[in-house]
Design a protein around this ligand. Structure first.
Ligand SMILES: Nc1ncnc2c1ncn2[C@@H]1O[C@H](COP(=O)(O)OP(=O)(O)O)[C@@H](O)[C@H]1O
Ligand SMILES: [Mg+2]
Length: 280
């Protein structure tokens, strides 16, 4: 499913300065987008616009259009929209329903609300518990979990609803490197199922490996947008509050110091290795 933003400008209630400024972007179906930018650049706000929470829950002044699969976002009913666009909160503590007493029930909660048949629900929860490696935690109370565990449960609850578009706001912020990599592998799996994914994430090395495209926000503006290759090898990223993958940054420095002559920057170690063989 595609998602289009046209000339979005948004100002929070009681504020005078817009936090999103004339932003237009086309999110193509079936692709994974990394959304980057420094703190307060507007990433979470943009997520809330893309899932319709602005202006339905948080008011303020919004100009422009949000179009999901050819239909204006306002034309969707709230329930319908929630089944099309899934969202995982930046803060996983917010995500837990607060009404369920086990991880197992927490994952089933959204499906229950959507009226998914019981047998199907049981099967889906079992699959997700396996996929997200939650077997040992399934009988625990959601509030007993660590931040990282909550993040995994939160993501499983979203995946359970099977939305076509998934917006994941810093889903790995509390996770160790191993669990982070596992989340990225799940993202890849979701992509294979044809999902459209928008991933707010600071870990650019992993974005370089797993995304199709990168959007960089700076001060509420879409400062850069393009393929992973275009954006994450562009040194401008550093001036705009973003980061480059470690390998890219290393070669950028080496080129600046005339230590190596290459005509393009690598994104990954594998690419760097290939480039160096060409040089020899
Ligand atoms: N509820 C709110 N009311 C007023 N201003 C807000 C609100 N939420 C966020 N902001 C402001 O909007 C800007 C963008 O914030 P946010 O979207 O959270 O950025 P990011 O996710 O990139 O850190 C910041 O200046 C922040 O202070
Ligand atoms: Mg944020």
């Amino acid at each position: 499913m595609s998602l289009t933003l046209r000339n979005i400008t948004y100002t929070y209630p009681l504020e005078t300065e817009p936090v999103i400024k004339d932003l237009s972007v086309e999110i193509e179906s079936g692709k994974v987008y990394g959304l980057i930018g420094n703190n307060e650049s507007g990433k979470t706000t943009l997520c809330n616009i893309m899932r319709g929470f602005i202006p339905s829950i948080y008011q303020g002044d919004i100009q422009g259009e949000v179009i999901i699969n050819g239909q204006a976002i306002e034309a969707y009913e709230a329930g319908e929209l929630a089944s099309v666009v899934g969202y995982s909160f930046q803060n996983p503590f917010t995500q837990m329903s607060g009404v369920k007493e086990t991880v197992y029930e927490e994952i089933a909660y959204g499906m229950e609300n959507l009226g998914v048949p019981r047998q199907q629900m049981i099967q889906k929860v079992a699959e997700l518990i396996q996929l997200f490696k939650l077997t040992d935690l399934q009988n625990k109370h959601p509030f007993e979990l660590s931040g990282g565990q909550k993040q995994r449960v939160a993501l499983a609850s979203i995946v359970a609803l099977d939305p076509e578009i998934m917006i994941l706001d810093e889903p790995t912020s509390q996770l160790d490197p191993q669990s982070t990599e596992e989340i990225f592998e799940i993202v890849q799996l979701l992509k294979k199922q044809g999902k459209t994914i928008i991933l707010v994430e600071h870990k650019v090395d992993l974005l370089a490996e797993y995304c199709d495209a990168i959007l960089l926000l700076e001060g509420g503006k879409l400062a850069l947008a393009g393929t992973v290759k275009e954006v994450l090898t562009n040194p401008e990223v550093l001036k705009l509050g973003g980061q480059l993958p470690q390998v890219t940054q290393f070669f950028l420095k080496a080129v600046a110091e005339n230590k190596v002559k290459i005509d393009r920057l690598p994104l990954t170690l594998t690419e760097a290795y290939g480039l160096l063989q060409e040089v020899d």
